[in-house]
Design a protein around this ligand. Sequence first.
Ligand code: NOJ
Length: 548
Amino acid sequence: MADFKKSVVYQIYPKSFYDSNGDGVGDIRGVIQKLDYIKSLGVDYIWSTPFFVSPMNDNGYDVEDYRRINPLFGTMEDVEELIAQADKRGMGLMFDMVFNHTSTRHAWFKKALAGEPEYMDYYIFKDGSPDAPPTNWQSKFGGSAWEYVPALQKWYLHLYDVTQADLNWDNPRVREELKDVIRFWKDKGVKGFRFDVVNLISKPGVFEDDTVGDGRRFYTDGPHVHEYLKELVRDTGIQDMITVGEMSSTSLDNCIRYSNPAEKELSMCFSFHHLKVDYKNGNKWELMEPDLLKLKELLETWQVGMEQHEGWNAVFWCNHDQPRIVSRMGDEGKYWKESAKMLAASIHMLRGTPYIYQGEELGMTNAGFTDISEYRDVESTNYYQILLEEGKTPQEALTILGARSRDNGRTPMQWTDGEYAGFSENTPWIGLPENFKTINVEAEEQDPDSVLNYYRKLVALRKEYPVIQDGSIRFIYRDQREVFAYRRVTENQELLAVNNLTGEEVTLAEPLFCKGSRRLLGNYKPVPGQECIKTLRPYESVVLIREY
Ligand code: NOJ
């Protein structure tokens, strides 16, 4: 399989990708049927979010059995065929390992609830009276992070939903169980792994109230996290496979350690700071226009910091937890196409492994839901209530969800302009935006100038130009809010990526000399005879190369 530094990964959310059996829910056979499409993008790996047996309270991130397939998605034979068929096309499957917590329906938790001490030690149970949780920590989905079990007279920790109980990684037996899960899937031919919120696995020795926050500072990049990751990777022999850790509220220093090859932990990290630049006061549920200077500064800090210390970033705008980037930082209207392309190029020319989330390559937009009954996500429905309790009107709360809900990224993949966007023959489990009539695979396949074909070009360029894979990176026009631009350099190639992040024309602080450069890509027609770039049109993006 391809070296992860040269690779591009495509992310699938199977529930919304393609429904092969007409029950309104995407499935594994649906993914198999669309493998040629995925291959046509030029990607090397496919990361699929979980399809293991689960009550689906958090759409599969609440795993009941790590080794069985949820019948909603298919069978073990289907999964084996998926792996084999992807392999045949030169693509590797990356499976999603949700190891910070299990569903409370997992056999281990059931035994813990039955009072078996051995299994109680698989989780984090604490004594306490029913009216006083052990700490004031908050669940990431709202409310207390603790749930009381009257029969045991104890509380258990759940950093996410009440049905997602945190595992106790300090227990060596837990670590052995999880290693076995990895070996199981590795033996089936899986080529890599994505580890869900893996920087939260190591909890502190002492549990105390957080007087300034929600508790995250005590368990984020916790005391033994590096040690546990090293052990997991070493004992399962996955050091040469592609691995990515989802790092919640992490730090650059920790991500350098997670991804520096000398540490023998992971290939790369997802970090999210650049996707919080539109959170007012750091609060996801308070809207604000994106702070572009902050965005540039964060991307630069992480790009340069990782390069200087041999770390490696997963670069991305979208996933199943994020609103669609074109709605968020681009333009759904007049400059839809230009902005979708600019956002794509601005990420794909960076140093790191790019991830494309299903539908992003079409320029898919947010869902446009206007009624709470349209939402499915547990975080969204919880926060709707919380926002109302805080005094927001239903309309205000819906406006916030409209911009921030994870369901924005979970609407069905838009395949055609036909019924349900060609995703299913029956009503999908979640609604979809009206714009599928124009934004869909079928239409974009026929348009050489489509967003889809632009993504294909970006992926192909990465393969063709070593400077995109491993050139050093330095940022230019750093003080100019609207302009996100950088240089990538190797001994014999120099690449220049210049992007206008706004819908206004901008004049560059200094003209950019292109003499001697060749234009690799751009989302507008070049200005004939132009020797230097002085202005950028709305959302204009240009990629230039010079070879020595
Ligand atoms: C991160 C996953 O991406 C998200 O969808 C999930 O809700 C949480 N981790 C909890 O597993």
